[in-house]
Design a protein. Sequence first.
Length: 592
Amino acid sequence: MNKGGLYILLTGTLLTTSGGVSGLDLDGSSIDISGSLGMRFREVSPDSGEDTFHQAYIGEVVARSYIWKPWFGNWKGRLTSSWERNESTQETENKIVSGAGEINLFHLSHFPFAAYFDIKDSRVDDTDLLDPGSEERFTRYGIRQSYSPTSGGMNINLNLFHDEREDLITTDKEKSNRGILSGFLHRGPHRFNASLLANDRERLLVMDQHKDWQWDVTHSYNPGARFNLMTSVGASGSDSENGEGVSNSSQERLTSNLLWRAETRPISVNAGLFIKSQTTESEITGDRVEDETRGNLSVIYLPTDNWRLRAAAGARIRTGSVDEKQSFQSASADYSSRLIPLNGFNYSYSAGAGIANETKSNTDDERVVRTNVSHNLNRNWQHDWFGPIGASFTIGQDLIYEGSSIEEELGTLVHRLSYSLSSTGDSRSTNLNMVLYDSRNSGRNDFTTQNASISAIHNQRISRYSDLGASFNVNFTRQSGSLTTERLDDPFTESDESDVENGGYTSLEIYYHHNRLFKVRNLRFGSRLRASTDSLLFDDLGSEPSSEFFWENRIDYTIGKLDIDFRTTWVERPAVDDAGTKTIILSIRRLF
């Protein structure tokens, strides 16, 4: 900072007031006032483009008190005023005002009300509402109203708010108005939940407007642990308009699920019903109308702790733009053994078989027979090597066969191997996990998958005030062939085919913290180094498109009510030309 910034910083620090105002009495009500004065200097050096130097001087006042009586209401407010100067190719000066305020009425009652506003600017505010490294201004204001009766079992909440987000570089602005009404009613075994959401947003630069709404009402009847019936009805819709055209869509739906367990026998019944009607009018993709009705019923019987018998049936009807009817019936039996001790290891196995029939309106009926066998061998160790160490080892295999009356047979062989180690001491902790997976199909498709992953985390307490940590992750996946996949949790989902190539990922992160640097109280230092690449070797950091280096160092010092923060960051993406940035930030703030 060779532009006189350090001199201004020290001068401003000496001139900052050390007094404070607390308990100011205005019209008989006590007002608590606090605040801060500070300044921030930031220098950014990108690999391409001109270096920039920012100066910002910030003053903040925070006040809070009650309205009339403490039980009637309270208010609080924050006002931040700052002046910023940006020295680059073209010097600019900005006067920035941000702040927040909130009024709460009847906050101790059963119907509290609140009105608020919040204005933030990324040039002077650090908040999760703003994207880091951006220059944008965010404004939000709204109201909140709640109601809960004295008897309980009921609650209603209303939230209305308006958001504006402006990009100060591109002048793009996004506005949105949202309303959320929600509540519940609980009476005995009945519980009702309802919600209504409406959203109206627009983006000015690209002339994009979007409106959407949704409401849902859910009733749950649960007289005991053996019976539960949940029914939900709802609707949603959206209207959008952009440079490509106008689109409108609406949907109505009904969902019901029932779960019943017998009292004297190990039998459970699960039934579901889903009805949907959807209409779409679009100048881009065309008009579409679709009605769908779907239902399923399954019965599970557990004659012993090892056996599981299941029968299921279901149907789906689609009309409108798509005319399709489907139904299925299935039955299966599964057996799982108990753990068998074997020379210090534990061995277990399982087997299952099932048959299913699926009928479609536009294809032939399909009958499927499926069998599977799997076994696992595992062992746990406990040692005392420089402290307690636990380790576990598991190896297993799965063999699955599937025969179809229409398609070719399919066989799948899966090998699994995993190892984990954990060690915890008074000043350290270590965790290591390794997983190897190999799957090979034959018959209907010849698709193979190999996956290997290793993750290691170590945390070390160096002293009472300092600690060091590191984490390392490696993941490699190799896939080849043509794969036909099905979602077993939804028999109606259509299959798809995909060809996938090899992929890998490696990351390393090291951090160091010291909360009393050079034995000085409240002098804190932190450093974090992170590197990642879509490769198995860090030698390829300069060639992979997603490779990245990130190094951050930070020193914080607190002297009474004076906070000093010095930070440096270095980001490099070697595979992208001129994608690196070096940043130095010095901030100082005096609280009062």
